[in-house]
Structure formats: structure tokens, C-alpha cells
Design a protein around this ligand. Structure first.
Ligand code: ADP
Length: 488
């Protein structure tokens, strides 16, 4: 086992490390061996109140943060990105310890996250309003202003990328934030918070409160001084957050929720390439990915060949100690492990054909064999519900219209992919797929420049790209009355 130094386990409020008011702590678990890594300060309403107070003070109109030039906000963000890259190896190892994902992948995610911060660093002084030729003797314009104090609630699947998707655009826009990382993965958010301080952000601009959803998370959504909640997690909790936010003070809400994304492979595709792409689209991050392509639709002409290849690739997938050179580590916790195993049982029971995996990997830790089901029918649970595990469902189709109807027949609408060499088929698919991201001959190609988010129950709003920063800005319309003729 690699020894990882854990430096930060307290709450981060006002650039200080503090115990929770209650002095309570909670354990964070190593998914690889189910051991307790360490105890972390457990934030609750009282701590959220303190953090929001700090964020409110930092947002005051004469504060150091609010009076900083926009370009200087950008410089602080560039500094943060540099520090993250400096510590990429350490942050990656810490992430692997807490999250169970392969260490090379985790380190790569840190470097990628730094590129997101850099994108928003560059945006900070390019936030533009409009001048408007309004009716009347007036000059009218719009000014973009920060939304204010933002509560940001994170999931556990990509802890560092999710942390920067949230804080990057918020800070570039000039907001202040209180972040609640997922209770399963509090460690890296705290480690990056230390870099926020080192980069020179003023106290109170970024605050991090580890804790549980119904306590710390709910305290943020209920807080009357929080102007906006940005949430990534399950559709179930997203619904609750939206209800609470609207009831308390009509907070702005952006939600990045679940998915059951289809990847559609036509007869003209190269089977080896398509099977490899579909494998990565389904199994990335051990399937713990909101946009995972968990419904693989394959046209009948290549179906049998595809299923054989998909099974072959899945069987070769290396699973195990995430500190070694493996493709797949552990699932996040016992709850998710049991949920995934339950879906595998349900697939077998409902008559899908298990052509790879289908069982636990090993006896210790939350490891699941890469599992492939063929002959899946649209009404099976494994084809309808989000599994969030290494399970690929392969479904057969005959023609374009049939598969588009079936691909769109979901409450979700996060991603959709198509594999074909026929440009008109690809364009028609792009036009008719009801999803926030559509990929052609690739999948999950997510960049800092491109907006990401979902249709329907996959969410509200977009993160990243220009859209991502707009979600942290209010539009102020200014109308200046002009006299007919100046007096002086
Ligand atoms: P998952 O099911 O993948 O664990 P959740 O949607 O339950 O995802 O959790 C995502 C994030 O939302 C976590 O940080 C969690 O603590 C938080 N959360 C859970 N319940 C609530 C709630 N009632 N209010 C606010 N945040 C919550």
C-alpha cells in the first residue's frame, strides 16, 4: 500500500483550518480495503452558517475580493492551476486513496482540472455586457455581475474535476463560494483548498465544509444568504435541492444529474474500433460516470461480431489495486457496490445474457468484474435505470428511426453517441438525439471550452465553456436618461 500523507482534515473557513462547532468527526473509507483512512471534521448547520458569513463578508462591496481587478482574479486562478499541476502526483495519490480510482487516471484528472481553471482564469476579464439601442432618449446597456454567495455541492465520482468545475467559473465571475464535498471523498477538496490559500485568494472567498448531505448540504440549500446552489449528484437529490431552493429564497439553481446515455453503432462501423470505443464509454471510471454510455445499441448486421468483441475486451480489463497499473479500481463504497451487484442480479433474472463478468472481483474492497450483458431489452431495469457501475448493456436494432426512438425513450438526456462513417446518418442522429452532448465516432470528449449538461431529468443549466460562467452572472440592465440638449 502506498503511504499518502494526509495534511488536511478540518473545515476550511476564512482561509483557516477549524474544527466543527460540534467537534464531531466522521470517517472516510478506503474503497480498496474498506479500512478507515482518517477522521474528518463533520460540518453541520452551525459550520455552514459560519462559512456563509465568511463568504458574505468576502463578497461585501468594499472587500479585497470585490475591489480586485478582474484581471487579478484571473491571475489568482492561473496561480491555482500552476499549484495544482505542481502537486498533481500528490493530489492524484490522495484521490486514489479516498476514491479507489487508478492512480494514473487520478493524476491525469488533476492536470485536466488545472486546464479548466486556466480556461476560467482567461475568462475573468472578458465578461462583457451589451449596449442596446433602446427606445427613448436614453443610453441602455447591460452589465454582468456576480450572482453572489454560491453553495456548491459535489459528488464523489470525480472529486477534483467537480471541485474546479464549480469554483473555476464562480471565482472568475467574482462570486464567493461555500463548497460541500461528498462525504465519501472529502480529502482532495481540502487539499485543493490549501492551494487556494497558497495562491493568495483573500479569506472567505472559498470555504470548504465536509459533511453529510441531509445536514451540511441541506443547511446550504436552506440558507437565506446563499444566492445560488450548484449541484452535481443524483436526480433524486437534485429534485429536493430545487424544491428547497425555490421555497427559501428562489436561489438560482444549476443541476448536473444522472443519465442513461445511449451509444448507437451502425452496420458500417469498424467493429473493433466501435467495440473499443463502446467499452471505454461504458467502463470509464468503473462506470461511475453520469454520462457513461450504458446502453450500447448495435445494428443487426454486426451485432454478433460486436458482442463477441465487447465480451473479449471486458474480460481483458485489468481490475485491482488502484495504486498499480490497472484500468479499473474499486467502486466508491459498500452501498454503491451492493447497488451495482443488485443490478447485475436483476439483469440475469430478467433474461439478459451475461457474456462477461457478472460477479464480485476478489473478496476484499468494493471491486466488481467488468460485466457485459447482451440481448438486453428496452424494458429491463438494467436498460432503464442508472447503474453507476461497470456494466454494459448491449441491445440490437434494425434501422435508424427505430433506434432513435428507443435511444430517446428515457427520462434522462445527458449524452448520446453515434458510430458511423456515413455523414448523413451522423447528422440526422445529431439532429434528433435528445441529449446535452452528442458525440460522433468518439465519446465523453469533454473539454473546458465546451458546455456540459443535460436535457430533461439530467439537469438544468450547463457547466464549462462560456455557458458555465454565465450561470454565475446576473444581468443588470442600466438605462441612462439623456436630456434633449446638454445644459453645460
Ligand atoms: P450519490 O447518490 O451519487 O451519492 P447524491 O445525490 O446522494 O449522490 O449526493 C451528491 C451530493 O449531494 C453529496 O455531496 C451529498 O452529500 C449531497 N446531498 C445528499 N443529500 C442532500 C440533501 N438533502 N441536500 C443537500 N445535499 C445533499
Amino acid at each position: 500500500m502506498v503511504k499518502v500523507d494526509i495534511k488536511y482534515t478540518k473545515l476550511f473557513i476564512n482561509n483557516e483550518w477549524v474544527d466543527s462547532v460540534s467537534k464531531k468527526t466522521f470517517p472516510t473509507i478506503n474503497p480498496q480495503d474498506e479500512s478507515i483512512i482518517t477522521q474528518v471534521a463533520e460540518g453541520d448547520k452551525a459550520d455552514v452558517d459560519l462559512a456563509v458569513e465568511a463568504a458574505k463578508k468576502a463578497f461585501h462591496r468594499y472587500s479585497e475580493w470585490r475591489t480586485l481587478d478582474a484581471s487579478q482574479r484571473g491571475r489568482l486562478l492561473y496561480k491555482l492551476a500552476d499549484l495544482m499541476e505542481r502537486d498533481a502526483k500528490y493530489l492524484g495519490e490522495l484521490e486514489t486513496l479516498d476514491c479507489g480510482k487508478p492512480v494514473k487516471q487520478a493524476e491525469g484528472e488533476v492536470v485536466w482540472a488545472a486546464s479548466v481553471i486556466r480556461f476560467y482564469a482567461g475568462k475573468a476579464d472578458k465578461i462583457l455586457g451589451n449596449t442596446i439601442p433602446a427606445d427613448g432618449e436614453v443610453i441602455s446597456m447591460t452589465m454582468k455581475e456576480p450572482v453572489g454567495i454560491c453553495g456548491q455541492i459535489l459528488p464523489w465520482n470525480y472529486p477534483i474535476p467537480m471541485f474546479v468545475w464549480k469554483i473555476g467559473p464562480a471565482l472568475a465571475a467574482g462570486c464567493t463560494v461555500v463548497v460541500k464535498p461528498a462525504e465519501q471523498t472529502p480529502l482532495t477538496a481540502l487539499a485543493v483548498a490549501a492551494l487556494v490559500k497558497e495562491a493568495g485568494f483573500p479569506p472567505g472567498v472559498v470555504n470548504v465544509i465536509p459533511g453529510y448531505g441531509p445536514t451540511a448540504g441541506a443547511a446550504l440549500t436552506h440558507h437565506p444568504d446563499v444566492d445560488k446552489i450548484a449541484f452535481t449528484g443524483s436526480t433524486e437529490i437534485g429534485r429536493i435541492i430545487m424544491q428547497v431552493a425555490s421555497a427559501v429564497n428562489l436561489k438560482r439553481v444549476t443541476l448536473e444529474l444522472g443519465g442513461k446515455s445511449p451509444l448507437v453503432i451502425f452496420n458500417d462501423a469498424d467493429v473493433d474500433m466501435a467495440a473499443d470505443l463502446a467499452h471505454r464509454a461504458a467502463f470509464a471510471n468503473a462506470g461511475q460516470c453520469c454520462v457513461a454510455a450504458t446502453r450500447t445499441y448495435v445494428q443487426s448486421g454486426i451485432y454478433d461480431k460486436f458482442v463477441a468483441k465487447a465480451a473479449e475486451i471486458a474480460k481483458k480489463r485489468t481490475v485491482g489495486n488502484p495504486f498499480e497499473d490497472v484500468q479499473q479500481g474499486a467502486q466508491i463504497d459498500d452501498e454503491m457496490f451492493n447497488k451495482v451487484m443488485g443490478y447485475i442480479q436483476s439483469g440475469k433474472k430478467e433474461g439478459a445474457k451475461c457474456v462477461a463478468g457478472g460477479a464480485r472481483h476478489g473478496t476484499v474492497g468494493y471491486f466488481v468484474q467488468p460485466t457485459v450483458f447482451a440481448d438486453v431489452k428496452d424494458n429491463m431495469k438494467i436498460a432503464r435505470e442508472e447503474i453507476f457501475g461497470p456494466v454494459q448493456s448491449i441491445l440490437k436494432f434494425e434501422n435508424f428511426d427505430e433506434v432513435v426512438d428507443r435511444a430517446n425513450d428515457s427520462n434522462y438526456g445527458l449524452g448520446a453517441g453515434v458510430v458511423t462513417n456515413d455523414v448523413t446518418t451522423a447528422l440526422a442522429f445529431i439532429k434528433h438525439a435528445r441529449a446535452g452532448s452528442v458525440w460522433v465516432n468518439t465519446y465523453e470528449h469533454v473539454t473546458p471550452q465546451t458546455p456540459f449538461g443535460g436535457f430533461r431529468e439530467s439537469g438544468i443549466g450547463r457547466e464549462m465553456g462560456e455557458d458555465g460562467i454565465q450561470q454565475y452572472l446576473e444581468n443588470k440592465t442600466v438605462t441612462f436618461k439623456l436630456p434633449k440638449k446638454p445644459q453645460l
